[in-house]
Design a protein around this ligand. Sequence first.
Ligand SMILES: *[C@@H]1O[C@H](CO)[C@@H](O)[C@H](O)[C@H]1NC(C)=O
Ligand SMILES: *[C@@H]1O[C@H](CO)[C@@H](O)[C@H](O)[C@H]1NC(C)=O
Ligand SMILES: *[C@@H]1O[C@H](CO)[C@@H](O)[C@H](O)[C@H]1NC(C)=O
Ligand SMILES: *[C@@H]1O[C@H](CO)[C@@H](O)[C@H](O)[C@H]1NC(C)=O
Length: 958
Amino acid sequence: MSATTGGLLVLIIFIQVSISTSQNTDRVALQALKHVWQGTPLSWDEGTDPCSGGWVGITCTNSRVTSIILSSTGLTGTLPGDIGQFTELQILDLSFNTGLRGSLTPAIGNLAKLTNLILVGCSFNGPIPRTIGNLERLRILSLNNNGFSDSIPATIGNLKNLYWLDLSANELTGSLPVSDGVQPGLDNLTHAKHFHLGDNQLSGVIPPTLFNANMSLIHLLFENNHLRGSIPSTLGLVKSLETIRLDRNSLRGDVPSNINNLVNVTEMYLSNNLLTGPIPNLTGMHLLNYLDLSNNSFSQSDIPSWFSTLESLTTLKMRFTNLAGELPAALFSIPQLQTVDLSNNRINGSLDISLDPSTQLELVDLRTNLISDFPGSRQYTMDYLILVGNPICTESDMMGQKFCNLPTITPAPYATPWNNCAPPPCGSDLVASPNCQCAYPLVGSFFFKAPAFSAVTNLTIYDSLHNLLMSFFRNATLPVDSLSLSNPSRNLEDYLVIKLQVFPSGQPSFNRTGIIGVAFSLSNQSFKPKTDFNTYTFNAEIYKYFSDSGPGGAKRKTSNTGIIVGSAVGGCVLVVLLVLAGVYAVRQKGRAEKAVQQSQSFALWDPTSQSGGVPQLKGARSFTFEELRKCTSNFSETSMIGTGGYGNVYKGSLPNGQLIAIKRARQGSTQGGLEFKTELELLSRVHHKNVVALIGFCFDQGEQMLVYEYIVNGTLKDSLSGRSGIRLDWTRRLKIALGAARGLQYLHDLADPPIIHRDIKTNNILLDQRLVAKVADFGLSKPLSDVNRTHVTTQVKGTMGYMDPEYYMTQQLTEKSDVYSFGVVMLELITARNPIEKGKYIVREVKQAMDKNKELYNLHDVLDPTIGLSSQLKGLEKFVDLSLMCVEERGNQRPSMSEVVKELESILTFVGLNPGSEPSSSTSASYEGVGKDYSHPYSNDSLFAYSGGFMPQKLHPK
Ligand SMILES: *[C@@H]1O[C@H](CO)[C@@H](O)[C@H](O)[C@H]1NC(C)=O
Ligand SMILES: *[C@@H]1O[C@H](CO)[C@@H](O)[C@H](O)[C@H]1NC(C)=O
Ligand SMILES: *[C@@H]1O[C@H](CO)[C@@H](O)[C@H](O)[C@H]1NC(C)=O
Ligand SMILES: *[C@@H]1O[C@H](CO)[C@@H](O)[C@H](O)[C@H]1NC(C)=O
C-alpha cells in the first residue's frame, strides 16, 4: 500500500466517522430534548432514528435534522443547551407552547444554518442571548409574546439577512441599539422590512442614526413603549415605509417636516404622545388610509389643507389636537372615508356634510367643539354623528336631535356564517364548524396591528379575510375543513383582534402533523393577507384533542372530581358531578341555556345542606365550571389579568362574544355555601351605570367564582399613571369623579341594604370604553343592617393612604369612611400621585402647597402635568375645596356622598359641561321583591376580602 492510498483511506475513514458522529449527535440531542420536554409526540417513542423513523415535527436531510417544528402541541419544559448540537438546523418553531419556559440558551448561537427562529407565545424569559448575533443566515426572528427582559442585544445588528424582526409583547427595557463604530446596531439591518418592537418597556430617545436611506423597512412598530425625546428627522430618509406606529410613548417636540417625504405610508399612528409644534403637513402622503394623531399637545392650528386632499383616507383621528376653524365640506366626500374623530378640539363655525358624503361613513365624532351651526340638520339621518358638547346642542330646538345625544356605539357582532346548514348540538368542547360538523378546532387570535380600515359595521371585510385564509389552507393542502372568524374588536393598544377557529377535515380532531402545519403557517407568516388587514401576529391556544392521542390527548377526559355516567343524547349530556364538598348536583346541559338558567342555579344549592335554600338572585346567571373553563382556555396563564389573596382574576369571552372577568377563589380560600350565597345575593342586587355589574357565578365542582362584566379600559390608576395610554384631561377627570361619586352614592343611599364599600381607591374605579367610571370590587363591602343603621363595628380593613383615620381609631365604620377615601381619590385625580409616595401623604402635601389667594390655589407644582394647561382648569379650586371637605378628620364634618354628587354636578355645570341627569327612580326598580328585612350575617372574611383591586396589577401589560 502506497503512502498516498494509505492517506486516502485514513481520510475516507475520518470523513465517515465524522458524518456518523454528527448524525449521532443529532440523535443524542433529540433524546435530550425528549427527556427535558413533556408532551412530545408519541412517534418519538418509536424507533431510535428520528430521521428514518418518522418522528413527527422533525425533518431531516441526509440524515441530519434540518427542521424542528412543534408549534401548538402542548410541549412543556425548558430549552436545553443541547439544542446547539443541531448544526444543520434551518427552522426552529416552538410557538404557542405556553408551557415552554426558562431562559433562551446561549447555545442557540451555534445554529449556524438557522434561517427561521420562531418562539411566539411561549413563556420564555430572561435576556435574549448576545449569541443570537451569530446566526448570520437568519431571515425570520420572532420572539414576540414571551417574557424576555433586559435590553435588545446590539449583536442583532449582525444579522445581515434578517427580513422580519418581531420582539413585541415582551418586557424588554433599555434603549434601541445603534452602531457606534465598535458594536453593530439595528441600523445595520438594511434588508429588514419589519421592525416590530411594540408593547415593551423600551426607553431612551429614538437615536437619529437608527434610520438611513439604505434601509428597506416597510413596517416600523414601536408603539406602547417608554420612548422619549423627539422623532428624529432621519425617519424621513426611509422612503420605503408603509406603516408607522410610534403611538403610546412619551415623544416630544415637533414632528419633523420631512416626514412628508414618506409617500408610501398608508397607516400612521403618532397618538398618545407629548408632541408639540404645528400639526404636521402630510400633503405628500397621498396613499394614507389611517391616521391617528390624537392626544398630543400641538399648538393651535387651523384645519390643515391636506384634510380634504388625502383621497385614500378611511380614518382620521385627531382628538385633543387643538384644531381650530371650520371643517371643509369636501372632507366628508373622500370616497372611502369611514371614521372621523375630531372630538375635543376648537372646531367652530358651521358644519356642512351635504356634499355627496362617503357612503362608507360610520362615525363622525365632533363632540366638545365650538360648532354653532348645522344647516341641513333636519334631513340628517346618519346614526353616528356626535355633536354633544357643541354650542349648537345648547339651542333648545336642537337638544332633542339624535346628534345632540350620545349614542351607544356597539360594534356589530360578527361570526363566519353557517354554510347553508343548521348547526347541530355538540357535546362538551366540541364546536360546530361553519359546515355544521361537530369537531375540535384549533383556536387562536389574530392581532392586526395596523389595518387600513376602521369600519365596525361593514362586515364584508371579514368575509374577505375568511376567503383568503381558506384558499391559503387549500393551496397548502392542509387538512382543513373550514374556519370561522369571530368577535372582531379593538384592544387597548388599538390592535384589531379577531378570533379564529380552524376545523379539521374528515375527522373530528387534527393529528399533530395537521396542527403543526396550520400553526406554522401562521407563526411563520407564510399566510400573508395582502389586503387592508396588513401586518399581524397570531397567537394560538395549545391543542389538546389530537387524534394521534398521547400526552394531553383526548384521553384526558376523566377527571378525578367528576365521573361521566351518561353520554351524549341529542346534544344533552347528563353528568353526575361529585362535588368536592360531597354535595351532588344533577344538572342537565343543553343549548337553550338561557331559559333554564335560574332553575339551574337553584339546583346547585342542596336544600338538605345548611346553605339555606335557593339564593334570591336578580339577573345573575349560573355558570358551570366547564363553561368558564372553556371561555378562559382552561384558566390559562395568558387569560389571567390579576391576582390577589383570594385567588386569580381571568379574562374570558362568552360564546356570544361578551367579555367577562372571572374571580376564581383559590382552593382553601373558598367560603361556606351560606356565605357564598349571601355574598351573591348582595352583589346581584346592585345595578347601576357606575357600578360594575355582576353577570353570574359558578358554584360547581368545589369552585367558587364570580363573573363580572369586563371593563375594557382598566383601572383609573392605570390611566393616571400613564400605563393605559389614555390621557385624561381636566374635563374627563371631572366626569370620572362625578361617575364614581354617583356609583358610591347609589351604594350608600339606594342599594338595599345600603352598602359601605370600604375600599374606595383608584385601583377600584374602572373605566369603560367611553371612560365612564365604574366602582368595582366589593371586596371589603359591608351592608348596614337595619338594626344598626348608622355604623358597624368591624376589624379595620382597607388600603393605607385611603383609609379614614376615624374608622382606623374607633373601628366604627360609617358611610363617611367611604367619603374620606373618595376625597383622597379626588386629590389623586388632580395630582396623579399615589396617596403615600416616598413617605409623603397626599392630603398633607396639597394642604401645605395651597394658598387660596393665588391662582389655582398655588397648586401648579403638585398638579399632574398631563391634566392640561392651567388656563383650562376652570373649577379646579372648587374641586379642591370639596376634596378637602371629604378628608376632614371627623366624619360628621364630611359631606355625604349625595352632597358630593350635587357639588360635582354644579362644578361640571360651572365648567360648561352637561353633568347629565341621574333619575334616581330608574335605579330602584330593580330592587322590588327583595326582602327588606335582609340582614347580612357578617362573619369571617369572604371570598372577596383581599387588599388588591378588582383587576389589580396587570400581570401581562400586553
Ligand atoms: C453598521 O453600520 C455602521 C454605520 O452605517 C457601519 O459603520 C458599520 O460598519 C456597520 N457594522 C456592521 C457590522 O456592518
Ligand atoms: C412605493 O411603493 C411602490 C409600489 O409598491 C413601489 O414601487 C415603490 O418602490 C415604493 N417607493 C419606495 C421609495 O420604496
Ligand atoms: C405642505 O407640503 C407641500 C409639499 O408636499 C407643499 O406644497 C405645501 O405648500 C405645504 N403646505 C403648507 C401649508 O405648508
Ligand atoms: C363594505 O366594505 C367593502 C370593502 O371592504 C366595500 O367594497 C363596500 O362598499 C362596503 N360597503 C358599504 C355599504 O360601505
